[in-house]
Design a protein around this ligand. Structure first.
Ligand SMILES: Cc1cc2nc3c(=O)[nH]c(=O)nc-3n(C[C@H](O)[C@H](O)[C@H](O)COP(=O)(O)O)c2cc1C
Length: 211
């Protein structure tokens, strides 16, 4: 594969308090270390300003542009990162996906690899259900879910509390949001970036070879 065919991997996130953004930064490093380009984009906020204020939400990270769904067709793979809401994806991510009807109609995302990474407050709060319930979105677009399985030995660590699962990287924010991603969780996130990039590269090379 020549340099001008570098894989372009979109990392589409929603993060209210920054936990998902912290994981996304590690994922970006992993993608880049694997020789791919990471395109960082975020979901537009849907909550009104007065509610955000009551939730003590910090300002958005303006260094990450809002996603233009039409651009997703240019992705060689998409990683979706979000905080759980009652065990499933937040409205902000669903709103973006609900705006992909045109892409669905044209088959614009068919065959593209996809992965997820998740932030929950607690261990039983939705690390796995949030990923699992997200799969309907991918199935309807014909995307290929790329789980990480236990490809990182970090996931076998039972000596410390941590997020992350075979479905993807994850962190536990704590009930009051005060816990930030641990080194172990960041390690899994970086691994997911490289691992996912490897899959995207292999698929792209395979398509180029059979064209
Ligand atoms: C409306 C709402 C619902 C939530 N539901 C859950 C939940 O079901 N399980 C859980 O562990 N955390 C839940 N949380 C906590 C968030 O997942 C937590 O704030 C988030 O993981 C932090 O990530 P962020 O800093 O990237 O926004 C909820 C938070 C809100 C505001």
């Amino acid at each position: 594969m020549s340099a001008d065919e570098k894989c372009k991997i979109y990392v589409l996130t929603y993060s209210l308090y920054g936990h998902v953004n912290t994981l996304a930064a590690e994922i970006k490093t992993g993608i880049e270390e694997a020789g791919c380009e990471a395109v960082m984009v975020r979901c537009p906020e849907t909550l009104p300003a007065d509610i955000l204020e009551k939730m003590h939400a910090p300002p958005k990270d303006e260094s990450i542009p809002e996603v233009d769904v039409k651009d997703l067709v240019n992705a060689d793979g998409i990683l979706f990162g979000f905080p759980t809401r009652f065990g499933t994806l937040p409205t902000q991510m669903k709103s973006v996906l609900d705006a992909t009807g045109g892409l669905w109609q044209s088959g614009g995302l068919v065959g593209k690899p996809a992965g997820v990474f998740i932030s929950t407050a607690t261990q039983g709060g939705g690390q796995e259900t949030s990923a699992l319930t997200f799969l309907t979105q991918l199935a309807h677009h014909g995307m290929m879910f790329v789980p990480i399985g236990y490809s990182s030995p970090l996931l076998f660590n039972n000596d410390e509390v941590h997020g992350g699962s075979p479905y993807g990287a994850g962190t536990l924010a704590g009930g009051d949001g005060s816990r930030m991603p641990s080194d172990l969780e960041k390690g899994v996130a970086k691994h997911q970036g490289s691992f996912f990039a490897g899959t995207c590269k292999a698929l792209k090379a395979g398509r180029a070879a059979s064209a």
